[in-house]
Write a protein that binds this ligand. Structure first.
Ligand code: COA
Length: 378
């Protein structure tokens, strides 16, 4: 060690100038997966090779989750919701009633992790147990915050019907269960999105599956990732009527704000999940009144976005039509992001399994752009 290294020290950026850097890691290949293929250019989404539209038509969320975890397609696969351990209920009861459901869910999963033996590497059983637990925990919080007692799972119900039952205390109609099932299927998995990448980074350190999902929920909480359907509802309320749409959209864009439910890091074509959910929303018995408004506003938004960004195709994304489906099944908008997180449990946990099966610590490099080496002021 020398007293005054500055004179001979190499410049701080020597050796890194030629390294490629892509802000936001856009276009960077950071892994390999067999779980899903997100074909952004052609608007295709495949889970283990199966088209998302076919899975929505012929599958259930438990069957799709099992497909992601095991690679086997068993359309009869069932996954009832699981009871909430008493320690987790104590934590949920202690939460303020105005806590955000995403905060409550993240906290519940963290508390659940503390009640379980979750040795590394993660297993399909761990993935199944966590995916079955979380809907019960979110439903328990939703009831507790309005002064109602949580409802125990009914093992005769599959996961989606069970979640709705534990939320409302009533058996949902078949059409309602099918619509929410479709939403859960399209939300189950989507490549290296930000929350899934977080789950893989956490798993790569040999941390446990609950920690991976806690981190993923925290990532999904950001409005650029999982908060959009709630904002789609607010947006449509502000637009108010189809006649007002163009003026509202132009003013919003002029303020530098984004239209929620449009644009995607990967899709340049129409998001196939939005197409599947639009079909589901249009076939629903209890359509929210503004579904018609949503389709009218979409047409105007696509036209104005194409005009503003001729070189960057900005199309409808999954969140836009998630909003009418979730409203149609009777969920309050503040439960949308947490319900999306429930759906994504299948993908997060499947990625944890895949990461662990061929693990290498995820630790990228960073370009240093700070001050040259210097002496501390005396
Ligand atoms: N509304 C208006 N403009 C949008 C837009 C939107 N929804 N999405 C992207 N743009 C614009 C950006 O302002 C940017 O314009 P500029 O080049 O003039 O600055 C250009 O399109 C490229 O955007 P960029 O931020 O580089 O795209 P991204 O890949 O980082 O963003 C999203 C992807 C999803 C974060 C972005 O499209 C978005 O914020 N959408 C709204 C939120 C949403 O619906 N999220 C759910 C995603 S499933």
């Amino acid at each position: 060690m020398t007293d005054s290294p500055t004179a001979e020290a190499p410049t701080t950026t020597a050796g890194q100038a030629s390294r490629p850097y892509s802000p936001g890691l856009e276009g960077v290949i950071a892994g390999e997966t067999t779980l899903s293929y997100v074909d952004g250019a052609n608007g295709r989404l495949l889970y283990r090779g199966y088209r998302i539209g076919d899975l929505v038509e012929r599958g259930t969320y438990p069957a799709v989750a099992n497909l992601l975890w095991t690679g086997d397609w068993d359309p009869a696969h069932r996954l009832p919701t699981a009871p909430v351990p008493s320690a987790v209920l104590t934590v949920l009861r202690a939460m303020p009633s105005d806590a955000k459901p995403m905060d409550a869910l993240r906290t519940a999963v963290s508390a659940w992790g503390a009640t379980q033996e979750l040795p590394w590497p993660p297993t399909v059983e761990q993935a199944r147990a966590l995916t079955a637990f979380s809907p019960s925990a979110l439903a328990a919080f939703a009831r507790l915050r309005s002064g109602k007692e949580p409802i125990d799972p009914d093992p005769s119900l599959d996961l989606i019907a069970g979640y709705l039952y534990q939320l409302t205390g009533e058996r949902a109609e078949e059409g309602t269960v099918r619509a929410l099932d479709a939403y859960f299927i399209v939300g189950a998995e989507h490549g290296f999105n930000a929350s899934t990448f977080t789950a893989r980074v956490i798993t790569s350190t040999r941390s446990d599956i609950a920690s991976a999902v806690v981190g993923a929920i925290g990532t999904m909480k950001g409005p650029l990732h999982g908060g959009a359907p709630t904002e789609v509802v607010d947006q449509l309320a502000q637009v108010g009527s189809a006649e007002h749409a163009e003026e509202w959209i132009r003013e919003t864009l002029a303020r530098g704000e984004r239209l929620m439910g449009f644009g995607h890091r990967v899709y340049r074509a129409y998001d196939p999940r939005a197409a599947a959910l639009r079909k589901v929303a249009e076939g629903m018995e209890h359509k929210p009144d503004w579904l018609k408004l949503a389709t009218e506003v979409e047409d105007v938004a696509l036209r104005v976005l194409a005009e503003k960004h001729p070189d960057r195709p900005l199309r409808t994304n999954v969140e836009y039509y998630a909003a009418p489906v979730l409203m149609g099944v009777g969920l309050s908008p503040d439960l949308f992001p947490a319900t999306f997180s429930l759906a994504r449990h299948a993908g997060w946990t499947a990625h944890a399994l895949e990461q662990a099966a061929n693990n290498r610590l995820i630790r990228p490099d960073v370009n240093y752009v700070g001050s040259e080496e210097r002496d501390l002021p005396r």
